[in-house]
Design a binder for this molecule. Structure first.
Ligand code: MGD
Ligand code: MGD
Ligand code: MO
Length: 816
């Protein structure tokens, strides 16, 4: 592959067509150069503001995905009824008709037997059109079990901003005006949610701001930062509360935001409580309560013993951060929150933005501008009695029960994706019987893959809709080939945005689909609705064909393709219909939207939330969370328990009012230190398209773009001090064993991880993904090992997250 500067101006043969890259959650607007029907190159969409019209390396990998010879090319069914990793499914090709008939039959059988709740739809990555397959299908069949992957993704990260400033979501950051960036496990030039934007702006940011990376691993960002704080995994809460302690004791808090002592004398003195009436607050609520409950004793000396960062570095970083106020960002990532007990770390880390007044402020951490879109037509009139009854059953993921609060705005608001495996094995609350699963691969992406393999082997009927055959496909009864997200489908995506702009981007069919593929979220449900209608259950078909109307032509859908286009147009209409008022680009109609393929909002307005518009129960930025107190109380009451009992059930040590503020919780780890002496810590690759790019040769060839990693391999990064004790050399094969499983990978001696901590990238270890991802595809021998085979099935249960970080799992290392 040679780099060509192809452009419409210099090459008259081809054209640039707009689409969207969903290799990660940045959701970049892109353009594809198409020559004679072939996609040849991807670049950023120059019309897009959030990504500066640029892409990162991963957009390029997608070319090798769409043209991957190992793709699933036609519908298939399993002929070997035994399921297991060691079983050959013996798939044989079938027609789409047979596939839909079989699935319809299975669904109707459940409905007939009063078991419609044993039907489930599982979603991984998605577009805005997921409202059809994910949002309404399960409910119309009669099941509460539409389960997304959010809880294995980043829910704990949303917990911090929600229980301080009512923002259940990600933040944008004003890097251009920031003077101090405190990155908590974020490696934004490689991953997280704004990669091209960060790559674009980071040079300037580094010139103007101090960058401090808190990460057990020397990440790409840390390697170029002013400060690297190699924290002991899971001990972030100690550092966050120590920084807050320094900001308060040294008078560095931002007074126009937080307020001040009535007499102007700082009474935040280590070890001493403060009287609430002595402090007058402005935007914040409860800073004195926070101090008294959680901060008065968290001195740098106290923290250093726990988190492994020296006192002088804690002081230097805390002072630098405070002196930059209010242009100082405390940037929370999954690294510091997707930990057992990480919910309270998330609150403490985000609350630092309140202390320095950078929340919703210039040079600070921001909410989003809104992107207008239409909801889907109501399906209430199409719910029959079976559907209504089934939807009221308990959920398979156990969200909302005592142990699994999942407090996404309310008790049970989050769904515990990974916990479905245990629930299915225990049949608690019941067993699942029919599952439609798309754009996901849970027995690879959820922890404890051995448990997941068992649960899937037990599941009677699984449909996997996938581009590549994957580990989950191996357990499927029916395999449906679907369109590659960037090249073969039409769908809108509301982008995470960045660079002060939110956006909607259009994914388009830039090339004719290569194989007999359909669009998972719309075309397949339409075909299934037809099959169900033929067998006497027509509610879903009626809903699709009566309620969905093309906003331009007034037509109703008659084919799956028409349905997909109408759904897309309904959702996106507000951005391209010029008569609808909005704050952003003016686009003159659907045809023009297809050409530009992105709508940008106006730039974010600072301080929208200042002045008591924070959206919390008190209307303020809550250092002491009345909102969390209420929601925890509701959860406790629903489970006939006290809040202290909720703390105990979710493995938190807090009792009493400490449960309502960000505070230190000691790291919780699975595995006894005597048998498993090392802490396992992991990260993602700058080449990961989540776990979907390992079958591309470019992924393998450039894997050494991740500091410490090696091309065409999967390495355990070991500090040389530990390696010497273990007698392990660079390149040796080592077996990593946890209480849950083992993987064998290559040893890499590396100073970028602390002694006692083994660091390893996630993404390799595919045994069923294709010839490049595997060492031997036919024999199911993986290249490297999947971290999820050794990671504990562990949760940050308050937010409803799987805890992949914080060193939740101990391992032993043996030379093999
Ligand atoms: P993670 O990779 O989970 O999250 O956003 P990221 O911010 O990339 O973790 C980040 C860091 O946490 C790692 O550097 C790891 O070393 C560190 N870490 C581990 N344990 C600890 C700890 O105890 N404390 C601290 N402070 N740090 C710790 C995730 C986001 O990224 C998501 S959810 C998706 S789906 C997208 N996926 C994706 C991708 O697959 N590839 C790339 N390149 N970018 C992506 N962006 C998105
Ligand atoms: P993937 O593992 O990326 O997604 O986890 P999942 O939602 O399970 O697998 C997606 C599957 O969809 C592929 O395996 C393939 O079968 C299929 N597919 C591939 N391309 C396409 C396409 O274009 N369209 C469709 N319809 N299907 C396609 C993601 C989840 O994983 C997330 S978001 C995070 S943040 C977590 N990251 C993570 C981690 O960093 N470490 C560990 N140990 N586990 C993790 N799991 C989580
Ligand atoms: Mo994610």
């Amino acid at each position: 592959f040679t780099e060509t500067k192809a452009s419409a101006a210099t090459n008259t043969e081809g054209e640039w067509v707009g689409s969207t890259c969903q290799g990660c959650t940045t959701w970049c607007p892109v353009q594809v150069y198409v020559v004679n029907g072939r996609a040849t190159k991807v670049r950023g969409n120059p019309n897009a503001k959030a990504n500066h019209g640029e892409v990162c390396v991963r957009a390029h990998l997608s070319l090798q995905q769409v043209y991957d010879p190992d793709r699933v090319k036609q519908p298939m069914k399993r002929t070997n009824q035994n399921k297991g990793k060691d079983q050959d499914p013996q798939f044989v090709p079938i027609t789409w008709e047979e596939a839909m008939d079989t699935i319809a039959e299975k669904i109707l059988e459940l409905r007939k037997n009063g078991e419609s709740h044993k039907f489930s739809v599982w979603r991984g990555r998605y577009t805005a059109n997921n409202e059809i397959l994910y949002g309404s299908l399960a409910k119309m069949v009669g099941s509460p079990n539409n389960i997304s992957h959010s809880s294995i993704c980043a829910e704990a990260e949303k917990f911090g901003p929600y229980y301080t400033e009512a923002l259940w979501g990600y933040r944008d950051y004003d890097h251009a005006n920031c003077r101090y960036e405190l990155l908590w496990g974020a490696d934004p030039i490689s991953s997280n949610r704004q990669v091209p934007h960060t790559i674009n702006i980071w040079g300037n940011t580094m010139d103007r701001a101090t960058i401090a990376c808190i990460d057990p691993r020397l990440s790409a960002t840390a390697a170029k930062a002013d400060e690297w704080l190699p924290i002991i995994p899971g001990e972030d809460g100690a550092l966050a509360t120590a920084i807050a302690h320094v900001l308060l004791t040294e008078g560095l808090w931002y007074k126009p935001f937080v307020g001040d002592f009535v007499d102007g004398v700082n009474k935040f003195v280590a070890g001493r409580t403060v009287r609430e009436e002595d402090f007058e607050e402005i935007e914040g609520y409860g800073v004195v309560k926070w101090w008294n409950l959680a901060l008065k004793d968290t001195t740098p000396e106290w923290a250093a013993e726990r988190c492994g960062i020296p006192v002088d570095q804690i002081l230097r970083v805390a002072r630098g951060f405070g002196e930059a106020a209010p242009h100082a960002i405390s940037f929370l990532s999954p690294g510091a929150s997707m930990q057992i007990r990480g919910g309270y770390t998330a609150i403490a880390v985000h609350a630092l933005n309140g202390l320095v007044g950078s929340a919703d402020n210039k040079g600070g951490t921001l909410s989003w501008s809104s992107v207008p879109s239409n909801g889907m037509p109501s399906f209430d009139d199409y719910l029959d009695d079976i559907a209504k009854k089934g939807a009221k059953e308990k959920r398979i993921d156990q969200g909302g029960t005592l142990k699994f609060p999942g407090l996404n705005k309310k008790s049970g608001g989050s769904k515990f994706t990974a916990n479905m495996a245990q629930a299915m094995l225990d049949e608690d609350p019941y067993d699942l019987k029919v599952v439609l699963s798309y754009w996901n691969n849970f027995n690879f992406s959820c922890p404890d893959t051995n448990k997941w393999d068992k649960a899937l082997a037990k599941l009677p009927f699984l449909v996997h809709m996938t581009v590549n055959p994957a580990e989950m496909t191996h357990f499927a009864d029916i395999v449906l080939p679907v369109t590659h997200q960037l090249y073969e489908r039409l769908s809108p995506v509301k982008g995470s945005g960045g660079n002060m702009h939110a956006h909607m981007t259009l994914t388009q069919r830039v090339i004719e689909p290569l194989w007999d593929v359909k669009i998972d979220e719309t075309e397949i449900p339409f075909m299934l609705a037809e099959a169900l209608a033929k067998k006497g259950f027509s509610n879903i078909y009626d809903y699709y064909t009566k309620e969905f109307v093309d906003p331009e032509t007034g037509k109703r859908p008659t084919t799956p393709e028409e349905f997909n286009e109408i759904v897309t147009k309904i959702y996106s209409e507000p951005v391209w219909n010029p008569s609808i008022e909005k704050k952003g680009d003016n686009i003159n109609g659907w045809e023009e939207f297809k050409k530009v393929a992105v709508w940008n909002s106006v730039p974010y307005q600072f301080k929208k939330k200042w002045g008591g518009n924070w959206g919390t129960d008190t209307g303020k930025f809550e250092f002491y969370s009345e909102t969390l107190k209420r929601v925890l109380g509701e959860h406790a009451e629903a489970n006939d328990a006290s809040i202290d009992q909720v703390m105990e059930a979710t493995l938190n040590t807090a009792r009493g009012e400490l449960a309502f503020v960000g505070h230190y919780e000691p790291a919780y780890r699975h595995g006894e230190e005597t048998e498993f002496p090392f802490i396992f810590s992991e990260h993602r690759s700058r080449l990961n398209r989540e776990a979907r790019s390992a079958n591309t040769s470019w992924y393998q060839e450039f894997k050494n773009a991740d500091p410490g990693d090696v091309a065409w391999d999967d390495v355990a990064k070991i500090n040389p001090i530990d390696a010497a004790k273990l007698g392990v050399n660079d390149g040796d094969k080592v077996k990593l064993t946890s209480p849950y499983g083992d993987i064998t990978v290559t040893a890499k001696l590396w100073e970028g991880t602390r002694p006692g901590v083994i660091s390893k990238c996630y993404g390799q270890g595919h045994w069923a993904y294709g010839r490049t991802a595997s060492l031997d595809f036919g024999k199911k021998i993986a290249r490297g090992g999947n971290n999820n085979t050794i990671l504990a099935d562990a949760y940050e249960a308050l937010s409803g997250s799987t805890a992949r970080h914080g060193g939740t799992t101990r391992i032993k290392v043996e030379k093999v």
